[in-house]
Design a protein around this ligand. Sequence first.
Ligand code: AMP
Length: 410
Amino acid sequence: MRFSSLFLDKSLTDAVEALGYERPTPVQAQAIPEILEGKDVMAGAQTGTGKTAAFALPILQLLLKHTQSLRPIRALVLTPTRELAQQVFNSFVAYAENTQLNVAVAYGGVSINPQIAAIEQGVDVLVATLGRLLDHIAKGSVDVSQLQVIVFDEADRMLDMGFKDEINRILKRLPEQRQTLLFSATFDDAIFRMSKTLLINPVLIEVNERNAAATQIEQLFYTVDKDRKRELTSFLIGSKNWQQVLIFTRTKQTADALAKEMCKDGIKTESIHGDKSQGARERALAEFKQGKVRALVATDVAARGIDIIDLQYVINYELPFVAEDYIHRIGRTGRAGNTGLAVSLMSPNEKYLLDAVEKVLGAALISQWLPGYEPDLSKQNQAEKRSNTGKQRKQARNKALGIKMGRKRR
Ligand code: AMP
């Protein structure tokens, strides 16, 4: 299939051609015709599948058909993070390059005034994070009463980040007559519940198996002692001459400490997380993209929306506590049909986190030892004896697997 068979305006097909897109990705081929028909759509597609163009192109087409001189906001795209908002905005700007449509972006962490000034010029499409959108609504700088289309992008992440109240507050402001599109990397009960309050008779589109990670990503799992993870990370990057490696940690403290230690190993590394200013995050990301920084250590939230088309390597320095995050993490590589490699490091007592990932992926995952980095199991046995019967570990394991611990019956 070619873009020309999707009945898009020439201004849009010219723009995607200029970006080097030859044919629509599966989610684009399926979603674009449904959205053009005005239907509500619920699409299961992770980042890297071309999901942004899957909603951006038909939205621009619909707005093109009826241009309005007063330019009320007619399309709103909500994202869970600032980085994703910026990313989606950049895509909209590129796709709308040959049109007269105006696009603006609004997210927190930066001054609201330039955003107000941009919106006052009149915008057709606004891309926003939820909190900042509510700030604008409260100030009266954004009016969503004329909205025709709303997109919830990475809706699963919005729920994970606890944005349910914000979603409900925004919903109250929206016109009842509207088209609603919901994109999510994973589908679970919470997403289906959310979809019931948002969408009317949605068309359900799933481009991969439910919750499946992109198939072109090779996944490796190494069991290694916790205190040798850094050494192994630097060894892999150095000995295999990997450039541009995205590394995930669970906490901001580990991200900072790891970046510092890796610099000492001679690998130029930066960290990004929620405690860093927007400016510092953008700078680190830009340097990483330009290849000035070889490794970027990120927490899950900060890494959301990072779009580097040819990023080849992702290292999970620590597996996530929320197994679905594994899919988001490795989805940073293997984008738009490229191949990728995702390496996960686990200490022997983190095996339960791998079990949880297996459950989400519905596939058996095999962990291995790397020669020279074999875990010292005698250390493990001693530690287990010391820990009070491993109860805490068991609780954490059950939490990750979604098992509730009941009280023993007397
Ligand atoms: P997304 O899933 O929207 O984050 O897109 C992932 C990457 O794929 C982005 O860098 C897009 O520019 C790129 N992309 C989107 N659609 C296509 C396409 N049809 N052909 C080639 N690349 C694409």
